[in-house]
Design a protein around this ligand. Structure first.
Ligand SMILES: *[C@@H]1O[C@H](CO)[C@@H](O)[C@H](O)[C@H]1NC(C)=O
Ligand SMILES: *[C@@H]1O[C@H](CO)[C@@H](O)[C@H](O)[C@H]1NC(C)=O
Ligand SMILES: *[C@@H]1O[C@H](CO)[C@@H](O)[C@H](O)[C@H]1NC(C)=O
Ligand SMILES: *[C@@H]1O[C@H](CO)[C@@H](O)[C@H](O)[C@H]1NC(C)=O
Length: 261
């Protein structure tokens, strides 16, 4: 815990951490280093420990049509993979998270060969995890998973996601997205991607209707995206549909992994 506290103090001091961001991943007891927004990109790219796509910016992406909505990436890919077994958890570590309202989702996309060569805007992403409003009384004042995830004290915010146990093994990308909707009609997307090498005995892969592109997965006029949580209507409701369609249930076997091929 001491080590965590010291690290947190270091990372906490950076002004670039205004909103917070995904800094590390853990699988079991093993830590994997993500992109460090305090270190210049040229000092990190090509480093053998890199598993996370470089952040274009710590600032949010405001448009569903922005290419960076896929991975917040300026086009550079990490060289390494996090080894993980299907059925195990990968936990994203944020040393700080500021915003309280909106859904959080996690997605996978399969890479045919090396994930470094993959066009993150062209692959088919499928949703494996989501969390939104946990309890009322309404959208503005209710308890969101994102609000529980917030940290103000420097302790790490942990976001565990289970890789579907039935999933066909191979090289994948994982995409974590936080959507913050605390400002009316101005959604903020915070995506981050990393490379996974998934092992296991499964042979399942989601059917085509689960595979979505970023941009493409979201409609800017989706009532869950273009939303004023303080509106009269939303002050009297707890219904909120997390955008991006259903979570893949872990069943289905298909031969093709790509969209439109
Ligand atoms: C967490 O990630 C940061 C940024 O990449 C890195 O500096 C740090 O060493 C990582 N912490 C651990 C325990 O791996
Ligand atoms: C794995 O993650 C899920 C949430 O997705 C959580 O409920 C479960 O407790 C985690 N398991 C372990 C062993 O951490
Ligand atoms: C992925 O993991 C398998 C099994 O451990 C290993 O044989 C393979 O070399 C790994 N691939 C990459 C690109 O790391
Ligand atoms: C809440 O439910 C109403 C009626 O079903 C629907 O029109 C609206 O889009 C929902 N709002 C959200 C944010 O999901």
């Amino acid at each position: 815990m001491l080590r965590l506290a010291a690290l947190a103090g270091l990372l906490f001091s950076g002004p670039v951490l205004a909103h917070g961001g995904l800094s590390n991943y853990t699988v079991g007891e093993t830590w994997y280093r993500g992109y460090d927004p305090d270190t210049p990109a040229e000092n990190q790219l090509g480093q053998p420990w890199m598993v996370q796509r470089q952040w274009a910016s710590i600032d949010p992406i405001f448009s569903v049509d922005d290419k960076s909505i896929a991975c917040n990436n300026p086009g550079t890919a990490p060289p390494s993979y996090i080894p993980i077994r299907a059925g195990d958890n990968i936990t994203a570590v944020y040393w700080y998270w500021l915003h309280p309202v909106g859904p959080m989702t996690a997605w996978l996309a399969r890479c045919e060969t090396d994930c470094s060569d993959v066009d993150v805007n062209a692959v088919g992403w499928f949703k494996i995890w989501e969390a939104g409003l946990l309890s009322g009384p309404n959208l503005a004042e209710g308890m969101w998973y994102q609000k529980q995830f917030q940290r103000w004290d420097g302790s790490p915010a942990l976001w565990p996601v289970t890789i579907p146990a039935t999933l066909r093994p191979g090289l994948y990308m994982i995409r974590h997205e936080i959507l913050s909707i605390h400002i009316d009609n101005r959604p903020q997307f915070y995506p981050e991607c990393a490379h996974l090498n998934i092992t296991g005995d499964g042979d399942a892969f989601p059917p085509a209707e689960y595979l979505l592109r970023f941009p493409g997965a979201y409609d800017k006029d989706d009532p869950s995206i273009k939303i004023d949580i303080y509106s009269e209507e939303n002050m009297h409701t707890t219904n909120y549909t997390i955008p991006g369609g259903p979570i893949w249930d872990g069943f289905g076997v298909v031969d093709k992994y790509c969209l439109g091929c």
